[in-house]
Design a protein around this ligand. Structure first.
Ligand code: SAM
Length: 304
């Protein structure tokens, strides 16, 4: 989400923003935008053990406000809608007798992968990477989990850094899956990741950076029928640059989004599904104040 400003509080060292970090949102936490889909409420109830709706709301607002005061991402107060494209196919991959590694990039509080685990995706087959380890910890506070009850392999790191994942073409890819608990970066997942989820991340960057990000995802994805890359981010019709506080963000239309990908992965090798949708009314105002858009692009790429 656009808008840059230094974090307001001094952060613990492991949560300091790296120089490569995207810009931060400056407006105060707005509980008006608290909105939670009933299906998602069930997921929160299961994880937290809090069954009363008012008590749940109080807990979610309290923890997300604390996280917001540190990390300043508006999405912290906007729980993702339950419309992740290809959700049912992803769930089915999780139930298959063969292991399918799932990677979420920039999970923030980790809401989407907690929903997948609630729906049966094997927690030990999931990896998450985020710039902000502290935000991941806030996710544990939000869901009342810890590394033993939610043992997703978490890596604190910047997806653009070569130490995390180089852009070098991988050599021959073995059939064996890596032991996820032992990996220290994303390199061992090259060509082995069956599902990549990336939500509200692409729009943080310029078009040039988005192309580089897409190349990194293509290095990770397993080129096998049924593998999926999917997500959503702020979009615009027509597509345009959004320049906020000295940072360029590119807002794709469905047309430019697919064009960007098709230049890297032709339609003969993948099926593209992309939609432009209006933002839910409760978050429209906040979103509009950030990037003058009232819509988002939701998409999936399925390997053929
Ligand atoms: C706008 S938040 C979205 C969080 C969550 N996916 C959601 O939809 O609510 C962007 C997330 O991407 C992470 N992020 C931003 N740049 C990143 C980078 N270069 N490498 C890894 N994670 C990054 C942020 O720390 C944050 O958790």
């Amino acid at each position: 989400m656009p808008v840059a400003a230094p974090p307001q509080q001094s952060l613990p060292s492991q949560t300091r923003m790296p120089t490569n970090s995207p810009p931060k949102y400056t407006a105060p936490f707005d509980t008006k935008v608290y909105s939670i889909h009933p299906d998602m409420a069930e997921v929160f109830k299961k994880w937290t053990g809090i069954v009363d709706d008012d008590e749940l709301k109080e807990h979610l607002i309290k923890v997300s406000k604390e996280a917001f005061d540190h990390f300043r991402y508006p999405c912290i107060s906007m729980f993702p809608p339950t419309d992740l494209p290809s959700y049912d196919q992803i769930k089915a991959l999780g139930r298959h007798r063969k292991r399918h590694i799932l990677l979420e990039i920039g999970p923030g509080l980790g809401t989407e992968i907690r929903r997948l685990v609630y729906d049966g995706y094997p927690v030990n087959d999931i990896v998450a990477i985020d710039l902000l380890g502290g935000l991941w910890e806030s996710g544990h506070a939000l869901f009342k989990s810890d590394a033993s009850t939610f043992p997703v392999k978490f890596i604190e790191g910047d997806i653009f850094r070569n130490e995390v994942l180089s852009l070098d073409v991988p050599g021959e890819i073995s059939q064996d899956n890596p032991r996820l608990e032992e990996i220290e970066n994303l390199e061992p997942l090259s060509g082995k990741t069956s599902v990549i989820i990336i939500q509200q991340v692409f729009h943080l960057f310029s078009l040039e950076r988005q192309i580089e990000l897409a190349k990194r995802l293509l290095k990770l994805i397993k080129l096998e029928k049924g593998s999926i890359i999917c997500g959503r981010q702020g979009g615009s019709v027509p597509e345009r640059n959004c320049h906020t506080q000295n940072v360029d963000h590119y807002l794709h239309s469905p047309k430019t989004w697919e064009k960007m990908w098709e230049e890297l992965l032709p339609t003969s090798k993948a099926k593209y599904s992309t939609e432009f949708r209006p933002l839910p009314a409760d978050i429209e105002e906040v979103y509009y104040s950030l990037s003058q858009t009232t819509g988002y692009v939701t998409w999936s790429i399925e390997i053929l």
